[in-house]
Design a protein around this ligand. Structure first.
Ligand code: ZN
Ligand code: ZN
Length: 374
């Protein structure tokens, strides 16, 4: 094992946005009477330290941050986080953790239950005994739910890249193209524009296949008269966008036109409601009520939306039973859909920032039906 960054007094400081996040995390650690917090989730680790090496963990202490990693990521950890201390392990992560626990005389260490398997938890517990691991799911999550300016800027870039790639691909959609070809083209265009990849496996569903909300692109061919559902997003600077649009090839099947107009109306009604203090279930039911007027509410089979950021699905959730209230700084998708087995589905999805005054739709692709015809 080797260490760097141990000359604490002369260590450089983290950038101000990380310092703010660390300070909020530490105040939560103090309130829960913990001696430190072990971060094993990759997105949480990146959020707090800016280090995203796939191996490792971060240990947040009151006056120090340790990055525990292995030799493959040692250089990157030191370069990205010169202000942190790095422990490059040769043996198991549990041994490295135990060493820091003894060294700093830690007794109660918080951890994130969702980011630790039962097996790893048992190993860590044994290794650090008599120190204790305390399940603390609410240390980083409440911070990540409210996006800071740095994060909103990254989300905007992730949305811009996804939208610009979509515009480029839309111009090339032709009968004969398969779902898989369209998905690959979209992914390629996003990477060319600066994405590290797609936010999640892109959904391209032609015709009746689109009644499956999470359809996997296959060899189905686009034909004249096809309705195509596309759900995609880009990862840019670790942040993920998530959008859904429909394309209609040459003409709009009449049934889809009705579905589309109803889904659009439901989405706009829900977006108009979004403001700080509004209950999440009320936004969801605004969309559901709008679809009910068209007799389509029983065809809307999922929640209205979800938070997004470093992960594609993160809290909060706009669902029928979620009574939490929206707060300024949250970013959520608003994605009503209507799915009719054997016929097809229509979904429209945009990414919306809750602001002090109400909300701002961050995505800007047109939803006018005539622009969807290619
Ligand atoms: Zn989506
Ligand atoms: Zn989504």
């Amino acid at each position: 094992m080797s260490e760097t960054g141990s000359t604490e007094a002369r260590a450089p400081q983290p950038p101000s946005y990380l310092a703010r996040r660390l300070s909020a995390c530490r105040s939560s650690i103090r309130k829960k009477a913990l001696d430190g917090h072990l971060v094993t989730g990759r997105a949480d680790q990146y959020y707090l330290t800016g280090f995203d090496g796939e191996d490792g963990a971060a240990l947040i202490l009151p006056r120090r941050v340790w990055l525990l990693t292995d030799g493959r990521f040692a250089e990157e950890a030191e370069r990205r986080c010169p202000w942190a201390s790095t422990l490059v392990r040769e043996g198991a992560l549990s041994e490295a953790l135990a060493r820091l626990v003894r060294r700093h005389r830690l007794a109660r260490i918080g951890f994130e239950p969702a980011a630790l398997t039962v097996g790893t938890h048992a190993t860590f517990r044994k290794a650090i005994h008599p120190a204790r691991l305390v399940a603390s799911p609410r240390i980083v999550e409440p911070l990540r739910v409210l996006k800071d300016a740095q994060e909103i800027a990254q989300l905007r870039r992730a949305i811009e890249v996804a939208e610009s790639a979509f515009r480029a691909v839309t111009r090339r959609v032709r009968p004969g193209m398969t779902e898989r070809e369209l998905a690959a083209d979209l992914q390629h265009e996003m990477i060319r524009r600066g994405a590290t990849g797609a936010s999640f496996p892109i959904i391209v569903a032609v015709g009746s296949h689109s009644s499956l909300p999470h359809a996997v692109p296959g060899d189905r061919k686009i034909r004249s008269g096809s309705a195509v559902l596309i759900d995609w997003g880009a990862v840019v600077g670790h942040y993920r966008s998530d959008l859904t649009r429909m394309l209609f090839v040459h003409r709009i099947p009449p049934r889809f036109e009705r579905f589309y107009n109803c889904v659009r109306e439901a989405q706009e009604t829900a977006i108009r409601m979004i403001a700080p203090g509004v209950r999440m279930c009320d936004v969801d039911s605004a969309a559901r009520d709008s679809l009910r007027q068209a007799g389509l509410d029983d065809r809307f089979t999922h929640s209205l939306g979800h938070g997004l950021g470093l992960d594609i699905h993160e809290p909060p959730r706009l669902g029928p039973r979620v009574t939490d209230r929206l707060e300024a700084g949250m970013v959520v998708t608003v994605e009503p859909g209507v799915y009719w087995p054997g016929v097809g589905g229509v979904r429209i999805e945009d990414d919306v920032l809750v602001t002090e005054a109400g909300c701002k739709v961050l995505s800007g692709l047109s939803k006018d039906l005539d622009t969807m015809v290619v």
